[in-house]
Design a protein around this ligand. Structure first.
Ligand code: MG
Length: 281
């Protein structure tokens, strides 16, 4: 297993040791590296067709909540917990976060020249505000680094409600499993086409996310849905998620709050972000 992923997961798990009320099961990574259960949910059977995007800019509407305009990280915090690998850890983490009312500390990511850059090992970035159904605009850039490849080349992610990921990755001439490339609903739905620009160029996501709904017994009565545009091109068309997006294991729902924070992922790569705004639907 890649060393960096391993370190990040260990760091995430270490952060979760703070959790008292809902103990998060510990995974035996040495044993798991023998069977590699994460490979079971990687889809290598399709290769989304390449499409060249047109140029465009996308500025916020008058009713948008500005999450980042280049000046400060006032809307953001560092969450108390990391991103777990599987269903059990994710469920416990969400329950702990809910219990702690989505507590956090000042973000560690840095702003340089009006742009946010991931601080590797600095933890994820989470909005202070919670959201349900939203329209999100976010721009990102994968720095050029010819030494990197696959899932390790500019990996980050936009996590709606902290647990439903639309993947951020350099997917311009960079092979990986299709449901893990840029614009994929991670491990669930590959993008309809590959609209990636080369590393070093800014790219945009415009995403509509509809939160799942649960009945009083905790059953999912309406699945989460994602429609997404990558550089103006449709890549997810009202896709119905099977549950939160996991590194290991099949997706499965568990009941959670109607609104939870948006999260950006620290996967150890210095991905840059700018012009982030959101509209509640
Ligand atoms: Mg990611």
């Amino acid at each position: 297993m890649n060393k960096l992923i391993y370190c990040l997961i260990i760091l995430s798990m270490a952060g979760m040791l703070n959790a008292q009320k809902y103990p998060i099961p510990t995974l035996d990574w040495d044993a798991l590296s023998e069977t590699k259960p994460w490979e079971k949910t990687e889809d290598w059977s399709v290769i989304p067709k390449k499409v060249t995007p047109g140029d465009h800019t996308h500025m916020p509407s008058s009713d948008a909540i500005i999450l980042f305009d280049g000046s400060n990280l006032d809307q953001w915090q560092k969450p108390t917990y990391g991103i777990p690998a599987d269903y059990a850890g994710t469920k416990a983490t969400v329950m702990n976060a809910t219990y702690e009312k989505h507590a956090g500390s000042p973000p560690e990511w840095i702003i340089k020249d009006g742009v946010i850059e991931v601080k590797p090992g600095g933890g994820n970035l989470q909005t202070k505000q919670s959201f349900g159904d939203v329209q999100l605009h976010i721009e990102w850039l994968s720095p050029v680094d010819k030494e990197k490849k696959g899932q390790m080349y500019s990996n980050s992610g936009v996590f709606f409600m902290g647990i439903y990921e639309l993947q951020v990755l350099n997917s311009y001439e960079n092979e990986t499993y299709s449901n893990g490339q840029a614009g994929a609903v991670y491990k669930q739905s590959p993008p309809l086409v590959n609209a990636s620009r080369p590393p070093g160029q800014w790219q945009a996501y415009d995403i509509i996310f509809n939160a799942p709904k649960f009945d009083t017994e905790g059953n999912c009565i309406q699945k989460a849905r994602i429609t997404a545009f990558h550089n103006g091109i449709l890549i997810q068309n009202n896709y119905e998620l099977d549950g939160p997006t996991f590194y290991i294991g099949e997706a499965e729902y568990f009941a959670h709050e109607a609104k939870m924070p948006l999260l950006l992922q620290d996967h150890g790569d210095k991905v840059k972000f700018r012009n982030i705004w959101i509209r509640e639907l």
